[in-house]
Design a protein around this ligand. Structure first.
Ligand code: 0PR
Length: 379
């Protein structure tokens, strides 16, 4: 094919591909990346973070990214990953290497990548129960820790669960981890960039920090950070922990690599650097509050539909279901109208994640469509 024909075909396919700004992608934790981040990504498209001796500017970006993360959560170190799944695998790998143990303790609400990571690493998970608010049951966690202390490699909790946006009590779990000298990983892939701001403004009562007892925190910039996929970060409280994630590679100039990947996109690092410089703590705070307000608007509108049961959002994730229409039927009807909404399996409901691209207008149009499907009038 000639290039022009290829471009024509590409554009044809592009026009058949949903875009976030159309307002129909409401369930998936993805969003339209920032244009400046895309520019940075493309500019550094040729770079490979697998060897920062060849591409030392990537190391410069990494340091400034770590400085930014240290401002958010307290002094830490770490590196850019391909996202939450890689970060979780690396965290459990480090815990296993450090302790020589193979038991992971986590509430059932952890992301499935934790289960996958444990499986890959030959580790076993013991699940704690969760409270009605979908957070770890501290009493149950304490008794499991007491009983199995000698075998535990890590405790994993989530700051912004995938289904509910609930936030496990980081400080309380950190106390347990510290008292028992256990590795604690906090998966903040979804909530990490929003929690400090929403805590400060009084929207939520759980904060996220490197409290004494927290060993690692993972955060994704391809979720609420507006950087292109793949953009994640794994943070460790010190260099000693980071060193477990390092592999020697003597034949290269760099001599070692971090994480799971060999060749690693340098574009992601440049893109994350660009968005943190553009938005900073203040900019992310504004995005967090905007998403939270839009989620509250969605909650308010759904609460006015008689046939709908809706749960109050903690972070900008709204779970709802119909009293009469089976969830699968409702989902099918929504998909027919062009909507991409996900399931909330624990209550057999549906889930909307208000990502940065979602506006009040998108929400209003969605609620009107939903009301029509349910045969109800809305105000
Ligand atoms: N940890 C948490 C708390 C997550 O929510 C996710 C992803 C991960 C880790 C893994 O992150 P990566 O997907 O970056 O490896 N949560 C989304 C989810 O499971 C991932 C996703 C996003 C799936 C968009 C589908 C989709 O359309 O819903």
């Amino acid at each position: 094919m000639r290039e022009l024909e290829i471009i024509k075909k590409l554009l044809e396919m592009y026009n058949k591909t949903p875009r976030h700004d159309e307002g129909y992608i409401l369930g998936s934790m993805t969003t339209r990346p920032d244009n400046l981040a895309v520019y940075a990504y493309n500019l550094f498209i040729h770079t490979n973070a697998g060897d920062t001796r060849i591409f030392p500017t990537l190391e410069h970006f990494r340091r400034e990214i770590i400085d930014f993360m240290s401002k958010l959560y307290g002094e830490c170190t770490g590196f850019v990953t391909s996202g939450g799944t890689e970060s979780n695998i690396v965290a459990l790998y480090v815990a296993r290497e450090k302790t020589g143990k193979k038991l992971v303790v986590a509430p059932r609400t952890v992301h499935h990548s934790i289960i996958w990571a444990a499986h890959l690493l030959g580790m076993k998970i013991v699940f704690t129960s969760v409270t009605d608010n979908h957070v770890v049951d501290i009493h149950d966690l304490r008794s499991i820790v007491e009983e199995k202390r000698e075998d535990i490699a890590a405790i994993v909790i989530t700051a912004g669960t995938t289904e509910w946006g609930s936030i496990d009590p980081v400080r309380e779990v950190a106390d347990i981890a510290r008292q028992n000298n256990i590795y604690l990983h906090v998966d903040a892939a979804y909530g990490g960039l929003f929690i400090p701001a929403l805590y400060e403004k009084g929207y939520i009562d759980t904060d996220l920090k490197f409290y004494s007892g927290v060993s690692s925190i993972s955060v994704d910039f391809h979720k609420n950070g507006l950087s292109p996929i793949p953009s994640g970060i794994i943070l460790f409280r010190d260099n000693k922990l980071l060193s477990y994630a390092r592999r020697e590679l003597p034949y290269t100039l760099g001599k070692y690599q971090y994480g799971l990947l060999g060749t690693r996109p340098g574009g992601s690092i440049a893109a994350i650097w660009a968005v943190i410089k553009k938005y900073g703590v203040q900019g992310y705070s504004e995005i967090a509050i905007r998403c939270m307000r839009t989620a509250q608007h969605l909650y308010d509108r759904l609460a006015r539909i008689q046939d709908i049961i809706v749960w109050k959002p903690v972070l900008p994730i709204v779970v709802f279901k119909s009293r009469r229409m089976p969830t699968e039927k409702l989902l099918e009807e929504l998909v027919k109208q062009g909507y991409y909404v996900y399931r909330a399996p624990s209550v057999d409901g549906l889930r909307i994640v208000v990502m940065p691209h979602v506006t009040n207008e998108h929400i209003d149009r969605f609620v009107n469509t939903l009301s029509e499907i349910l045969g109800e009038k809305t105000e």
